[in-house]
Design a protein around this ligand. Structure first.
Ligand code: UDP
Length: 454
């Protein structure tokens, strides 16, 4: 396994890698034009768009293929110079769930191949697929176009199934098989963290030489501590959001689904009332995001939960916020809670810290990397609301500890940026292109030892 972001990568600094002129990014099931924080749109959408922008700034054109889901958008949308989103007609525009999309793989792949066939030969130098459905498309396209395939899984079914939230549905066997196929066929597998790289190797038998860690980033221009200082910035953000200026705010931001476990935060607020009623009375739990089709059957379940626990007055809900509205949410909070059962990385945790807000997170998956325990936030083992209430009860009244964690959070977040991520990916792309060319040359020269496919 190699690591580029932190500079552990092979041949670091040895020679400049070739840079692709144009890459085909495949994001079948969700478009970077969708609002993240609801439905199937989340961190992957943010990742795809942020990376595309940074690559285009580095003179690498990016064409993003996604399934058409709206009649309002033209077939091709230029979102930034050098970044195009191409909508591929495959199945009805509305009404298909993510679980039904495997049935549209053929139609979608046909659309991608047709788009490439209309271009001059050798149009794309490389394919980068996101999520296993896109990996299946990339696998076929790679064989047709004779270019390498880089794949990022974003989530892994076997890992998710091993840590299922109560009420969540296990991922089907078809997805597990599909992921195994993509892992076997991709030239490089990009993992967000060492934990994910380890999962790819241990659970999917990935070849360690093809697994590379490139950490995601955060937009440090958008997500930054308030210029007026933490206290004044928090008050201003609360006024903007109509939240009480006094008292404590703990925010959850993200898609509302069992995997993300916003219910743990609500139950913790109720458990806090049993431990420390005065403190619990000063607490507002802020839930920001929309229902996600991939789990929560009843979007009103959290409202009902708060009512059944007798804490409706303590819980506020906000719809999904645009990127420009989110900094105020993070700054308004004393703590941002990320109680997920699993996270490939956890961009919300990073964004909150970049705004100077410490994070209380479950010690799972990428959150162990995204949050520095006791420095930029606190990691909690498990999802017992009593444990979460105990930590809230200890932290919230401790202003000086929160200030220290806040400074640690902003410092920790500065280790991440989308520029670093794009630089890491460019290295991976270059390496992969060189190896691919060498294998092709060996094949043409009839050297079976070198020409063997992975
Ligand atoms: N997000 C957003 N508006 C919201 C809630 C979330 O734009 O109301 C974004 C958030 O900024 C983050 C992404 O959705 O970049 C969620 O990414 P994360 O890695 O935390 O979770 P995922 O959705 O990938 O599971």
């Amino acid at each position: 396994m190699a690591e580029t972001h932190t500079g552990v990568g092979r041949q670091r600094g040895a020679r400049p890698w070739p840079r692709p002129r144009r890459i085909a990014t495949i994001s079948l099931h969700t478009s970077p034009l969708h609002q993240p924080g609801t439905g199937d749109a989340g961190g992957m959408n943010v990742y795809v768009l942020e990376i595309a922008r940074r690559l285009a700034e580095a003179d690498v054109e990016v064409e993003i293929f996604t399934r058409a889901t709206s009649g309002d958008l033209p077939p091709v949308v230029e979102v930034a110079p050098g970044v195009q989103v191409r909508h591929v007609m495959s199945g009805p525009l509305e009404g298909l769930t993510k679980e039904e999309l495997p049935g549209q793989l053929c139609a979608f792949t046909a659309g991608v191949l047709r788009a490439e066939a209309a271009r001059p030969p050798g149009h794309y130098d490389l394919i980068h697929s996101h999520y296993w459905l896109s990996g299946q498309v990339g696998w076929l396209a790679k064989e047709r176009w004779g270019v390498p395939l880089v794949h990022t899984a974003h989530t892994l079914a076997k890992v998710k199934n091993s840590r299922l939230a109560i009420g969540d549905r296990p991922e089907p066997k078809a997805r597990v098989i599909g992921e195994e196929q993509v892992v076997a066929e991709a030239d490089r597998l990009v993992a967000n963290t060492r934990v994910e790289a380890g999962d790819l190797i241990a659970c999917y038998d990935a070849d360690p030489d093809r697994v590379v860690v490139v950490q995601p980033g955060v937009d440090l221009d958008r997500f930054r501590p308030p210029a007026v200082g933490r206290t004044a910035g928090r008050a201003a953000a609360r006024r903007r959001l109509g939240l009480p200026e006094q008292g404590h705010v703990v925010a959850f931001v993200g898609r509302i689904q069992p995997l993300k476990a916003p219910d743990v935060l609500i139950r913790a607020a109720a458990a806090l009332r049993d431990r420390d009623p005065l403190l619990a009375d000063q607490l507002t739990v802020l839930i920001v995001g929309g229902p996600s089709g991939s789990g929560l059957d009843r979007p009103t379940a959290l409202i009902e939960l708060a009512a059944s626990l007798g804490i409706s007055a303590r819980v506020r809900f906000l719809p999904p916020q645009t990127g420009d509205g989110l900094p105020a949410v993070y700054r308004a909070a004393d703590l941002v809670a990320v109680p997920s059962y699993n996270e490939s990385f956890g961009l919300v945790a990073l964004e909150a810290q970049a705004c100077g807000t410490p994070v209380l997170a479950a010690a799972v998956g990428g959150l162990v990397t995204a949050v520095r325990d006791q420095v930029s936030g606190v990691l909690i083992d498990g999802h017992d609301p009593v444990d979460w209430a105990r930590t809230l009860g200890r932290l919230l009244p401790d202003v000086s500890r929160l200030d220290t964690l806040s400074r640690g959070a902003a410092r920790h977040a500065r280790n991440f940026s989308w520029h670093h991520t794009a630089a890491g990916l460019l290295q991976v792309y270059g390496e992969t292109i060189v190896e691919h060319r060498a294998r092709r040359a060996a094949r043409l020269a009839g050297d079976p030892a070198l020409a063997c496919s992975w």
